[in-house]
Structures are given as structure tokens and as C-alpha cells.
Design a protein around this ligand. Structure first.
Ligand SMILES: C[S@@+](CC[C@H](N)C(=O)[O-])C[C@H]1O[C@@H](n2cnc3c(N)ncnc32)[C@H](O)[C@@H]1O
Length: 188
């Protein structure tokens, strides 16, 4: 964060205590808390930008996490997700997982390999309260890693940016043209 903007103040959370211990040692200028993304322990509008990276690809409770990130943001929320069209009609992806090999350790772990339904995600984001001022997205299809246990061969890696609205916001600007997915019609 400070590489891009030396004056930025930032706070990080992770559900895993070892991750927070490591972050505290490595980035002593910032504040880090052990917390679950579905119950973020900060006030409404506490941050200009909430940035969530590489979490919603292993955490299936994306709706709750987005609601909390939106609540504690006063302006923007940025997060990456794996998206596909019509997942439910294809039987869902509940049993997908990903094997992780840890560096310098002869160990491996298994985490969920989460792919979310593109239309459901967009609907979820458009229904955030208060209504978002804008929803923007970009992304690309890539080959699924051989370490992922999933029936899909390609998924759309997506970056989604939501600009927070207020109680007067009646329209959401949609800018999803850089995502290689065809979305169903959504209200403007
Ligand atoms: C692939 S790592 C990414 C870590 C970091 N965000 C980064 O980009 O370097 C995924 C992290 O998500 C954390 N995580 C998973 N579910 C979470 C949740 N519900 N709330 C907070 N952190 C979560 C895991 O503990 C893990 O450290």
C-alpha cells in the first residue's frame, strides 16, 4: 500500500492469527486485527477504501463479506472474485477445493476453490444499501490450475469496484464491459 501512496494510513484484517502476526512484524507502520470478514470490527464509513484481495476466492460467504466491507467503507470497495455464468444450472461447485503447498515446509493445506455465479454477484452488489453510485469490473478468463479440484477448465478472474452511494442515490452506473461475461439485464 505504502509503495503506491507513502502517506496512506491502512488497517488490515485476517481471520488467521498467524497471518496477522506475520503482517504486524513485516509492516510495522500499519494496524492489523484478527477478524472475520463477515463481522468487521469497525464503524460504519470508517475507511475511504476497503480492499479485499485473494479472500473471496476461498471464502464462499461473499454476500456477507461484501455487505460488511460496504458498511465500513465511506467511498470505495475493491475485491477480486472468480466468476462464471449459470453455475447453479450446472450443478454448482460446492465440492471444489484447492491444494496449497507451503514454501519451505513439507506441508500442504486444502482450501475451498470458490467460483461465484456472475449474475448473482452483480445482483448482490446492486442491492447493497444504500444503493451504490457505480459498479465497475474488469477481468479475464484463465486456465484453472492443476492444483484445483474443480470440474471447470476456465474461470473468469474478476476485479470488482463498488462506489458507495447515499440515501439519495437512485441510479447505479454500470461499467462491466471489460469483463468477458454476458450479464443479464440489470436496472440502470
Ligand atoms: C490467499 S490469502 C490472501 C492474503 C492477503 N489478503 C493477500 O492478498 O496477501 C487468503 C487469506 O484469507 C483469509 N480469510 C479467509 N476467510 C476469511 C474471512 N472470512 N475473514 C477474514 N479473512 C479470511 C485467510 O486466513 C488467508 O490468510
Amino acid at each position: 500500500m505504502r509503495t503506491l501512496e507513502p502517506t496512506v494510513d491502512y488497517t488490515g484484517i485476517d481471520i488467521a492469527e498467524p497471518a496477522i502476526d506475520l503482517a504486524r512484524q513485516t509492516y510495522q507502520e500499519a494496524r492489523f486485527e484478527v477478524a472475520d470478514g463477515v463481522t468487521i470490527p469497525f464503524d460504519d464509513g470508517a475507511f475511504d477504501l476497503v480492499h479485499c484481495t485473494s479472500v473471496l476466492v476461498i471464502e464462499p460467504r461473499y454476500q456477507e463479506v461484501w455487505e460488511e466491507m460496504y458498511r465500513v467503507s465511506s467511498r470505495f470497495v475493491l475485491a477480486d472474485m472468480r466468476l462464471l455464468k449459470d453455475i447453479e444450472s450446472q450443478g454448482g461447485l460446492q465440492d471444489s477445493h484447492y491444494r496449497i503447498q507451503f514454501d519451505a515446509q513439507d506441508q500442504e493445506g486444502i482450501v475451498p476453490y470458490v467460483v461465484s455465479d456472475a449474475d448473482e454477484v452483480v445482483n448482490c452488489l446492486l442491492n447493497l444499501v444504500p444503493r451504490p453510485r457505480a459498479l465497475r469490473g474488469t477481468g479475464y478468463f484463465h486456465e484453472v490450475s492443476k492444483m484445483a479440484g474443480t470440474r471447470y477448465s476456465q474461470v473468469c478472474m474478476s476485479i470488482l469496484l463498488v462506489e458507495k452511494g447515499n440515501l439519495e442515490t437512485t441510479r447505479t452506473e454500470l461499467d462491466l464491459n471489460d469483463l468477458p461475461l454476458e450479464f443479464s439485464a440489470f436496472p440502470g
